[in-house]
Ligand binder design. Structure first.
Ligand code: CUA
Length: 172
């Protein structure tokens, strides 16, 4: 099946190349657009400038808030997270409502995907766990319950078994 797809693709590529060669053969001297259609040339130049300005403005406005540094000044505690085939090692598995936890995530072997799920199984924070790097992600715990950490990156036969729990309790 795959070799048939390759052969059909190659056939169409050859046809396309033949079209280019045919057009090239028929081409005579090149006439600049500003001579053939001056109005279209002017419109194109204006459109280019408008698109350029719009592109720069949109890029500036949408990139300004990056990188996000959510809750940086409010971090109350850090939890070290080490991923390995196939488990999560947490330096602490408890938190209190109102805390802003910074998870410092790394891996001892291959890439894993750190994903924090709340008690309703909704994903609330996510970051890559990579060997040789410590990636941080912060989350403010606003409601109590049993949160789960699951792996989002396929990392081997027991990938699905990488589950850890974090108990979040109401403040005393
Ligand atoms: Cu670790 Cu999938």
């Amino acid at each position: 099946m795959q070799s048939l797809a390759v052969q059909i693709s190659a056939l169409f590529l050859l046809l396309l190349a033949a079209c280019f060669v045919w057009v090239l053969g028929k081409a005579t001297t090149r006439v600049p657009l500003e001579q053939v259609a001056p109005a279209a040339y002017r419109a194109r130049s204006k459109l280019f400038i408008v698109a350029l300005i719009a592109g720069v403005l949109i890029a500036l406005l949408t990139l300004a808030p990056w990188p996000h540094d959510a809750h940086a000044s409010e971090v109350t505690r850090r939890i070290d997270v080490k991923a390995r085939q196939w488990a999560w090692d947490l330096s602490d598995a408890k938190a209190q409502v109102g805390e802003v936890i910074e998870f410092r995530v790394s891996s001892e072997d291959v890439n894993h995907g750190f994903a924090l799920y709340d008690a309703q199984q909704k994903i609330v924070a996510q970051i890559q766990a990579m060997p040789g790097f410590v990636n941080t992600v912060r989350y403010r715990f606003d409601s109590p319950g049993t949160y789960q950490i699951l792996c989002l990156e396929f990392c081997g036969v027991a990938h699905h078994a990488m589950v850890a729990e974090l108990n979040v309790t109401a403040q005393p």
